[in-house]
Design a protein around this ligand. Sequence first.
Ligand code: ADP
Length: 297
Amino acid sequence: MSQQSCNSCTQADCPSKDRRPGENDTQFQARQELAQRMCRIPWKIVVLSGKGGVGKSTVAANLAVSLRLAGRRVGLLDVDVHGPSIPKLLGVEGRTVGLANGAMAPVSTPDGLRVMSIGFLLPDPDDAVIWRGPMKMGVIQQFLKDVDWGDCEWLIIDSPPGTGDEPLSVSQLLPDLTGAIIVTTPQEMALADVRKSVTFCRKLDLRVLGVVENMSGFVCPHCGKITNILKQGGGERLAVDMGVPFLGRIPLDSQVAEASDAGIPFAQAHAAHPAATAFRGIVDKVIAAAGSPPAQA
Ligand code: ADP
């Protein structure tokens, strides 16, 4: 087995030093380059959901914004190759990706959140990406290897719904992922799929940082009364059942949807709103659960 240093650290047991069986020179070098770039980011979190439309991207974007507001240096990577929505959610749609230090430079929001998405690379936002698994893995590998995230401390990765190629690629390419956040809505139909997400994480030995229950209680825009259209508490019960932490619930509120449509980060623009408070509470729990940065020898 050939050994080689990627010069990132002096850790004797770094897995990127060993050539894997069957790995050719190009693959070995690409894996080392990826490890070299990614080991500079101490906390890397993937956001998953069992099904689409539960607000996963909304939650991922607002958690990244809330972390940024808490003074952290944050990158947000959208690996939803077929339906990238992060650029629109953050009002950076149509921006172009530049070059920095021989790598792709993420797009920066006015508040310094660094964002990368396939959406920035498509000539037309209505273009459909028709790719099979290996091509998706290739582009995700490029995002992790060839984007200059600078001095980011946190990388939040928004993955498409389900347990398909994208989250699998992320967990295979990043053996040192801090963990996963699973987003759900409270009704039984969505919860059944969350069980699959938890099982997926367990099979991959990926720590579940916790479950977020989104669209939990509808807030009437006229009187502020809360109606539990999709019930409430299902996400928390599921978390308890499956032995994973419950991180908090975000109300179903038309202001959240309006802000997203307008490309305004909700947690920032409506900082006093209960949904923004809920995002902050979740971020506090995630920071506490993520703990100290992994040791670098
Ligand atoms: P997913 O990534 O799970 O497919 P999105 O984040 O794209 O879901 O959200 C789907 C829709 O639901 C969007 O229109 C979004 O604005 C809306 N949405 C998400 N969360 C909330 C919420 N808490 N209250 C109101 N609307 C929401």
